[in-house]
Design a protein around this ligand. Structure first.
Ligand code: BTN
Length: 274
């Protein structure tokens, strides 16, 4: 593939994004940062000031991007999307974390509308042909009286064409996949619109009943051999789907079905488990 010309930041600015926001509440309060340590960290700090529900913090570059399980998220300037959403749902805190699967579904749907053949690796990695395109880090910031802000941080490899050596095998970007450069402001606004639609339904139901079929249709793990790594040990099985609380249903070799809540799950053929 030839080198892709990237017009680094003309496409991407607070102004462009504000012009494109189409929803009622998500991103109406937009905070733009040229460079920051981590938009999730900024969101956690901001939560103490009780910002409006649906505040979005976007950065062009992160110097300390955070990934799941204490990993880092490579966040070079001028090429990708890094943003965090702050929400204060009227919902019990033990239900809120399911929002991470709703987020993955909405991001995947927005990309599929643009003819990119993404799938979801449970619970919330967005993958293309076995490589990771986007990751989601959901964190809770507890307030008084059992209320909490939920922070969903989303990182999408958009126009990045070179990755550090340790990521080369498992990471992909939209530009590498499609052979063209993407306008990040338009992409972000389209994703926010889809997220708002999905979040509105989730806040009504409090579980995944409204989107179970759609999520499962995009689940890369479904019907595949998976390896579940839990603190008590690892076991193999076949992923059947998810339940309304977002747990992965795994049929073990002895026929019993386990509901996996938080363990690490590797899928044969998708980074990590071969
Ligand atoms: C993962 O490990 O898959 C989750 C990656 C999440 C990265 C995003 S980028 C925007 C937000 N800010 C962060 O520091 N992390 C998330």
């Amino acid at each position: 593939m030839g080198r892709i010309e990237i017009n680094h930041s003309a496409d991407f600015s607070a102004e462009r994004i504000r012009q494109g926001i189409a929803g009622q509440w998500l991103g109406r309060n937009l905070i733009w940062k040229e460079t920051t340590e981590s938009t999730n960290r900024d969101a956690a700090l901001l939560a103490g000031e009780k910002p409006v529900h649906g505040t979005v913090i976007v950065a062009d570059c992160q110097t300390g991007g955070k990934g799941r399980r204490g990993r880092s998220w490579t966040s070079p300037a001028g090429v990708n999307l890094y943003f965090s959403i702050l929400m204060k749902p009227e919902m019990e805190t033990d239900k809120i974390s399911t929002i991470t699967l709703v987020t993955a579904l909405a991001v995947a749907e927005a990309l599929r509308e643009k003819e990119v053949d993404v799938q979801i690796k449970w619970p919330n990695d967005i993958v293309i042909h076995g490589r990771k395109l986007a990751g989601i880090l959901t964190e809770l910031k507890l307030l008084e009286k059992k209320k909490a802000y939920v922070i969903t941080g989303i990182g999408i490899n958009v126009n990045q064409t070179e990755f550090p050596e340790d990521l080369q095998e498992n990471a992909v970007s939209l530009a590498l996949e499609t052979g063209r450069n993407w306008n990040r402001s338009i992409l972000l606004c389209d994703i926010l619109k889809r997220l708002e639609e999905r979040y509105d339904r989730f806040f009504e139901t409090g579980d995944l009943s409204f989107c179970l079929k759609e999520y499962e249709a995009l689940l890369a793990n479904r019907g595949r051999n998976v390896m579940v790594m839990e603190p008590s040990g690892a076991y193999a099985g076949v992923a059947l789907g998810i339940d309304e609380r977002g747990r992965l249903l795994v049929q073990r070799e002895d026929g019993t079905v386990a509901s996996v809540y938080a363990g690490e799950v590797s899928v044969r053929g998708i980074y990590g488990y071969v």
